[in-house]
Design a binder for this molecule. Structure first.
Ligand SMILES: [Zn+2]
Length: 181
């Protein structure tokens, strides 16, 4: 009995450090994310290591969005919406209700944990853009044009190193740079 393979299969020459450059390797599309990964000759369906990691990531249980601003425990004085007073994070019961709640801007978006897949996507997008920009830089004569390129290089370098600026917007970044390179 032969089982039918429903996933894309491709033979590619070795390119990785642990592959032989003169051999062909069988690649198969990951059944979850679709990226091509090395698969054994017999494999009919495969889950890539990224997806395996993704599946085994710990799940956050009972996470509740804080109603206090970031760094409130470091504040000399912080008064929450119920009038509880805190001095550097320590509650001062005697002062309860005597002061006006501290005003702070609530961020609407709860900090979302980035998935491994998103990170991969960001890093590869950054790498492609860096490659392109460095080439561009070589052919640029004017200082002011170079400046623009250099500042973009700075951004992509950070992303490529997995360092995301504060308020970094994943979707916006991918929209702007993913298919633009
Ligand atoms: Zn996958």
């Amino acid at each position: 009995m032969t089982e039918k393979i429903t996933y894309a299969v491709e033979y590619r020459k070795g390119t990785k450090w642990n592959q032989n450059k003169d051999s062909l390797y069988r690649y198969m599309e990951c059944k979850l994310c679709g990226q091509m990964v090395v698969a054994g000759e017999e494999a009919i369906a495969i889950t890539c290591s990224d997806c395996v990691n993704e599946l085994s990531d710990p799940v956050e249980i009972g996470y509740k969005k804080s109603d206090k601003p970031r760094g409130w425990t470091l504040m000399k004085e912080f008064i929450d919406k119920d009038g509880n007073v805190y001095h550097r994070g320590v509650e001062q019961p005697k002062l309860k209700g005597t002061l006006t709640p501290t005003a702070f801007e609530k961020s609407d978006k709860p900090a979302k944990r980035m998935t491994k897949k998103e990170k991969h996507e960001l890093i590869s997008t950054a790498a492609i853009n860096l490659h392109k920009l460095k080439k561009q830089l070589e052919h640029t004569r004017w200082k002011k044009d170079k400046k623009v390129i250099l500042s973009e290089i700075k951004l992509h370098t950070k992303i490529a190193m997995n360092k995301f600026p504060r308020n970094f917007d994943t979707n916006k970044y991918l929209d702007t740079y993913k298919n633009n390179a």
